[in-house]
Design a protein around this ligand. Structure first.
Ligand SMILES: [Zn+2]
Length: 463
């Protein structure tokens, strides 16, 4: 009798859970495998902010065999040498005898096993692309990846020339539509920063350009670079002398910047389209607050490495090395969510960064999966984090030298519930012999920490 009660209780909890999910009126994502729409009795759904998908629908398309054992409540998936065991209501899956943590437990709805999409992508070597705007999940086997990746939309304008005209003026020539944002006046060194949203440079001007001015009363240095590539933002920084003011005049395809003594700037000139007098300090910062989050810790060890070590050790080691490097930066103040073997909850980590009003958040993790799975990936969730993810991922690939698994969008709590640009990196697979060896080598860890710090500085435009 007791047993029966517990079974009923279990069932009711289960249905309550899904009833809630249904009422949330989330638009149900459609699933595509290699470009084909997958049909299933049960739709993908969102549980605990993870997208869960019917595993059978996907594995059948990939040639896996699936067997359900009703007495142990386990589903066993077989393909070649790979064996994946999923247990109902358990968020630990066994992949080739190695435990792998899932964001949310395996569930059964109408006889169909649902598992997190992220797990499916990683364990079956699929590239997962969630097109949030149309609620479509596209999964590709590596061999069938579309050859043309989706290009970010082209910038509206291109800066073709930045010229210093001697002593007191500069011209900026452009093609297309270019608008200058309100300039920021920053100190140490005293400088004016112009951002041109939705604007890039013509190829000739790519890279970071720096011009040292020696013959001007007003200007010290001019530098410009692409501040962010997606969306494209061109940035122009002009270091100026004390008591320097300027007038920005716009003409067809050209901005003219005239520098003069502050007292000579016309106070309310009607014949100049834009007059800016940099007198009030801008809200822009001279010191950025950066939070580094070593994933897991304490009672939560994360993934087990094939070397016998735990993910929490790797994550902390990288975070501490980054801290040491970031402490040398005068324009960055670094904070760690943990500095030892402790477990702050995910909520703790989010409020830690929010309370500090951090400018940037980075969570360090390493992956686990089938022994053949390898590579690095960078996650973001909110749109304000995509540019950071792109920069960090480039650096992560440079440091690790392993397979590029891409920049991905996923609703991990620490990058979803924070509000500043936030990313989560999976530096490589601890379940893969060669990735794990690399990740636990001191030389690689120093390189990873150095590249991630370089990425943070690049993103914040800190020299
Ligand atoms: Zn982790």
């Amino acid at each position: 009798m007791k047993k029966l009660v517990s079974v009923f209780l279990f069932m009711s909890v289960f249905f309550t859970m899904f009833a809630t999910v249904g009422q949330a009126a989330e638009v149900i994502p459609k699933l595509y495998l290699n470009g084909q729409l997958l049909k299933s009795e049960v739709n993908p759904q969102i549980i605990n902010s993870s997208t869960v998908v019917p595993v059978r629908t996907i594995t059948e398309g990939l040639g896996y065999q699936i067997a359900w054992n009703n007495s142990t409540k386990t589903a066993t998936l077989n393909h070649g040498n790979d064996v994946i065991i999923l247990k109902l209501n358990d968020n630990k899956a066994m992949v080739n005898d190695q435990p792998v943590q899932m964001d949310t437990p395996a569930a059964i709805v109408k006889g169909t096993t649902l598992v997190p999409l992220r797990f499916v992508g990683e364990q079956f070597g699929l590239t997962v692309d969630y097109k949030a705007a149309v609620k479509e999940v596209h999964m590709y086997e590596q061999s069938t990846l579309p050859t043309e990746p989706t290009e970010p939309s082209a910038p509206a304008g291109l800066i073709s020339q930045v010229n210093y005209n001697g002593d007191s003026s500069m011209t900026i020539n452009y093609e297309g539509t270019v608008k200058a944002s309100k300039p920021m006046l920053l100190e140490n060194p005293k400088r004016v920063v112009f951002d041109f949203p939705n604007t890039a440079y013509t190829t000739l001007l790519n890279g970071q350009v720096e011009i040292t001015v020696t013959d001007s009363t007003y200007l010290q240095k001019i530098r410009y670079s692409l501040f962010s590539s997606s969306p494209a933002t061109a940035r122009l920084v002009i270091e100026i002398s004390e008591n320097t003011g300027f007038v920005l005049t716009e003409d067809a395809g050209q901005f003219l910047l005239s520098f003069m003594s502050l007292s000579d700037v016309p106070k309310d000139s009607t014949d100049t389209p834009i007059v800016v007098v940099p007198e009030t300090p801008s809200s822009s910062k001279d010191v950025y607050t950066v939070v580094i989050d070593a994933g897991h810790g304490g009672t939560d060890p994360g993934a087990k490495s094939i070397t016998g070590k735990w993910e929490k050790e790797f994550n902390l080691s990288i975070a501490l090395k980054m801290k040491a490097l970031l402490e040398k930066e005068s324009k960055i103040k670094v904070h760690l969510t943990r500095t030892g073997d402790t477990y702050p909850t995910l909520d703790d980590r989010v409020s830690f960064a929010e309370n500090l009003k951090a400018d940037l958040f980075m969570s360090i993790h390493a992956n686990s999966g089938a022994s053949s799975a390898s590579g690095a990936e960078t996650y973001y969730y909110r749109d304000n984090s995509k540019a950071l993810a792109t920069v960090i991922h480039k650096r992560l690939l440079a440091a690790t030298g392993i397979k590029d698994r891409g920049v991905k969008k996923e609703a991990f709590k620490v990058i979803k519930q924070t509000t500043m640009p936030a990313v989560l990196i999976e530096a490589g697979f601890l379940s893969n012999t060669s990735d794990a060896k690399m990740l636990f080598s001191d030389a690689s860890q120093n390189r990873i920490a150095a590249e991630l710090v370089a990425g943070i500085k690049e993103y914040l435009n800190v020299k």
